[in-house]
Ligand binder design. Structure first.
Ligand SMILES: [Zn+2]
Length: 352
């Protein structure tokens, strides 16, 4: 008997949620478990073989354990996921890929949030957690002022955070004294690609991420806003480009070849946000980025230290898409990355 995989269980759960009574507790539990299944640390078949209870899995109570148990017994047929749930890896699949033939040499993580915006721990706690999983640097990328729902920060707050970072470095507050916290930000881009932060603050960042957070349900293609963001010259990385969310929002559509070509020309990296329900860009679009010679950045988008290891999802996507290591920012040392940022900013001032 072929055992169902976590990805198939996730799809079955999402489908069951769609047929359950709308807004009911059952519908909510099914929907929640569908998302959590992407993060289950073991394949469900293995758990079954070891005769362990399915309630060990996050989001699975006794009722759902029975429902899933029946699917496993019947080995039910699982249809292809609709676009809203297509192109997502489970963490177990990502880990297998990362642990297989020669993983990428990853030095750091380039997107995360702290209590300064919508994260749950302090800058120093996040940094120490990153030390513990073997990174040699992180970019702390709290939100710019425009994203008020996520505690967006004023210029003064960024300056205060950077002073805090200096104190962490100078005071030797991390167990790895060579560890670098890059001063960064996730600027909110308006639909014309303009950031919500002052040029002087952006120029002081070690690396600047920019992302769209509004008008993400437009269905007509949005190439022009991407071109404007890339040509605007104020961002080094375009973060979670499509703005998609698993089983919730499809994300924007654009002529991706053109976008990736322009990003390559202006040395703006395209991100794969490894947060489990984002996975944005996914493997298919990372392939387009690679074909056009664009640089790629990987960010866990962690809001808590427990999210940091999910960077594996981004590493696996980049590996699966065949992006060469020399085009992956995270494969650069911190010094090399800072050179890359300077080169890019110089290049964008000269390209018209
Ligand atoms: Zn964001």
């Amino acid at each position: 008997m072929d055992l169902l995989r976590n990805r198939e269980i996730a799809e079955l759960l999402a489908r069951a949620a769609e047929t359950a009574e709308r807004g009911s507790d059952k519908a909510k539990a099914l929907r929640r478990a569908s998302r959590r299944a992407l993060l289950w640390p073991v394949e469900i078949g293995q758990l079954r073989k070891q005769q362990r209870s399915l309630t060990e899995l996050s989001g699975v109570g006794p009722w759902l354990a029975r429902v899933i148990g029946e699917w496993l017994d019947q080995d039910v047929e699982v249809p292809e996921p609709p676009p809203l749930r297509r192109g997502f890896q489970t963490i177990t699949e990502a880990r297998v890929r990362v642990q297989s033939v020669g993983s990428l040499p990853i030095h750091g993580d380039l997107q995360m949030h702290t209590v300064h915006s919508d994260g749950l721990v302090s800058t120093v706690e996040m940094a120490e957690a990153a030390v513990q999983i073997g990174h040699s640097y992180i970019a702390v990328t709290d939100h710019g002022v425009g994203l008020r729902v996520a505690g967006g920060m004023s210029a003064e707050s960024f300056v205060a955070q950077w002073e805090e970072i200096d104190r962490i470095h100078e005071g030797g507050l991390l167990s790895d004294p060579a560890f670098r916290i890059l001063k960064s930000a996730e600027a909110n881009l308006d639909t014309h690609g303009a950031p919500d932060m002052e040029p002087a603050i952006l120029a002081s960042c070690d690396i600047v991420l920019g992302a769209f957070h509004s008008q993400l349900r437009r269905t007509e293609e949005q190439t022009s806003r991407y071109m404007a963001a890339i040509r605007g010259g104020s961002i080094d990385v375009l973060a979670h480009p499509r703005g998609r969310i698993y089983n919730f929002r499809l994300g924007l559509v654009a002529r991706w070849e053109e976008v990736a070509r322009e990003a390559a020309r202006r040395q703006v990296a395209l991100e794969t946000d490894a947060y489990i329900d984002r996975q944005d860009l996914d493997m298919a679009l990372l392939r387009v980025a690679a074909e056009q010679g664009a640089f790629v950045s990987i960010g866990s988008d962690a809001h808590h230290p427990i999210d940091l290891p999910s960077i594996d999802v981004g590493i696996a996507a980049v590996m699966g898409a065949g992006v060469p290591p020399e085009r992956v920012l995270n494969c650069m040392t911190a010094d090399r990355l800072m050179d890359w940022v300077r080169e890019g900013r110089r290049l964008r001032r000269s390209v018209r």
